[in-house]
Design a protein around this ligand. Structure first.
Ligand code: SAM
Length: 219
């Protein structure tokens, strides 16, 4: 198990309180990564685009940078963003350990997958957070994230942690008595991860958490 004291000091003292509704699940992500042996490969879509936007977006790339830097010399993180402004802002926030590319994520992941194929690499942690979610018209974002998963599927194994951000749950419910509500069906993963979740369920992947972010292993 990796201790990563420097990272956890940073997480607990500087990040946790500001992460708001993502705190619990980011903690689970890094606890999971601490259990992975050897250097890790993180692949992210949608980079940190605004300094200090902890509660809004999550500052994922900043945390991934701190995490791999405190972990070892070999772990890597690749991130992609279609917006040149997001890319240039992100470059100001992270160290050269982060490989940042400006491209459409599905196209980029396909190119990256070819490189991984030659290097016989596998992804330890896939973090999908690109195409912004429109809560009233979630299809384009959810489809885009399913395409991203498809593009790198060959480089995901049973141990890979796959996480999608902005996945508020969907529930079919009616008012009950008083303040209670009656659910007609269990709540399900919504938002950006809705179609990834449908695929994960059909494929028999194991859901590790389902909160504002949803995470699976066992694809
Ligand atoms: C929610 S933000 C990412 C936030 C970041 N993960 C964080 O925690 O701070 C979404 C980003 O995805 C980018 N994006 C939108 N569509 C994209 C696409 N097709 N390919 C790559 N990036 C895309 C946007 O430019 C934006 O910077």
């Amino acid at each position: 198990m990796y201790k990563n004291h420097e990272f956890w000091k940073f997480f607990d003292n500087e990040a946790a309180a500001k992460l708001a509704l993502r705190e619990k699940t980011f903690r689970k992500i890094f606890e999971h990564l601490d259990l992975v042996e050897g250097p890790i490969t993180i692949v992210e879509t949608g980079c940190a685009r605004l300094a200090d936007n902890w509660a809004g977006d999550g500052q994922s790339t900043v945390m991934f940078d701190k995490y791999i830097s405190s972990r070892d010399q070999e772990s890597v993180c690749y991130t992609v963003d279609i917006n040149p402004t997001s890319v240039s802002e992100c470059k100001k926030l992270v160290s050269p350990r982060i490989h940042i590319t400006q491209d459409d994520s599905v196209h980029y992941l396909n190119v990256l997958a070819r490189q991984f194929s030659q290097a016989e690499k596998c992804i330890s942690f896939l973090y999908l957070d690109s195409f912004d979610l429109d809560k009233t018209y979630w299809y384009p974002s959810a489809i885009h994230h399913l395409k991203e998963l498809t593009a790198v599927m060959r480089f995901i194994d049973a141990k890979t942690l796959v996480v999608v951000d902005d996945c508020p749950l969907n529930g079919d419910f009616i008012p009950g008595t008083g303040t209670q509500i009656s659910f007609l069906a269990p709540a399900s993963v919504g938002g950006k991860g809705r179609l990834v979740a449908e695929y994960a369920a059909a494929a028999g992947a194991r859901i590790l958490f389902s909160d504002y972010q949803a995470g699976w292993t066992g694809f």
